[in-house]
Write a protein that binds this ligand. Structure first.
Ligand SMILES: [Zn+2]
Length: 268
């Protein structure tokens, strides 16, 4: 790996310090690093544009073997470059910048994720919900969830959002307050994606407060919410299915699910 020590080997200490100053002041205005091959061996060609102590700028050209730290050739337009042996301060500045470029490159590579995570719309906002596209996409997902391959039906009737607000509306909420007092916390719904069936994604939902149960039947769930019915999932979960029972964050997903199920039911 090419390091500062490789620059120092070719430079007088005073020149090195001046070069470092130029680099520190941001005088390396452009740098371009490209691969070049000499006798089948790979080198990196550094082209830089460095402003000197005055306003003048100089083109710098350096060839480096990044692995061994060997410098094949170096050239700068400045007069000092031809008068003295070793690197000039512009070349030092360019090389310091080059080291930084390589460091950044290595860091980006090490930070790159080793897998791609596909996120499904698990928390759609109401706005997203109202977008036809998402509902249609959800219907396809839902079909797969049920093990039924559905073709996208162009003329699938869409539930009117306003109608749904009435269906799962406010009338029940007050009675619920004292019927449901034993329940601590809000119900949460968690989508889990599984990559099965030749790359097709299936989604499974878990429902619960402290303990989560698999939501086995989305059609039934839709009916429970629509009729505000009670259901016992297990020891740790029994509740009247009203939107106010759900975690506020998850309400858009509940609405989304029941809409998809409702559309599925009503489309025949
Ligand atoms: Zn120079």
């Amino acid at each position: 790996m090419f390091t500062e020590a490789d620059i120092r080997k070719e430079t007088m200490e005073r020149t090195f310090q001046r070069g470092r100053q130029l680099y520190g002041y941001g005088n390396v205005q452009q740098i371009q690093v490209t691969d070049v091959y000499v006798d089948n061996k790979k080198y990196e060609k550094i082209k830089a544009f460095v402003q000197g102590s005055s306003w003048r700028c100089y083109h710098v050209d350096i060839t480096v073997d990044e692995k061994s730290g060997y410098m094949g050739s170096y050239h700068c337009e400045c007069p000092a470059s031809t008068e003295y042996s070793g690197l000039c301060k512009h070349e030092v500045a360019a090389l310091l910048r080059y080291i930084k470029v390589k460091e950044d490159q290595r860091r980006r590579l090490s930070e790159a994720p080793n897998k791609i995570v596909v996120e499904l719309p698990h928390k759609p906002t109401l706005n997203e919900l109202e977008q036809k596209k998402l509902v249609t996409k959800g219907a396809g997902l839902f079909g797969r969830l049920q093990g039924i391959q559905t073709e996208e039906k162009e003329k699938r009737p869409k539930t009117d959002i306003g109608l749904y607000r009435i269906l799962v509306g406010n009338g029940f909420e007050q009675q619920l307050q004292y019927r449901q007092q034993a329940m601590k916390g809000k119900v949460h719904l968690e989508p889990r994606c599984h990559d099965r069936y030749n790359g097709k994604v299936t989604v499974e939902f878990k429902i619960g407060i402290t303990q989560h149960y698999v939501l086995k039947n989305v059609m039934e769930f839709e009916e429970l919410v629509r009729t505000n019915a009670n259901k016992k999932y297990g020891e740790k979960l029994e509740f009247y299915h009203h939107l106010s029972m759900f975690d506020e964050e998850i309400v858009p997903l509940v609405k989304f699910l029941i809409e998809v199920a409702y559309d599925f039911r009503t489309s025949g």
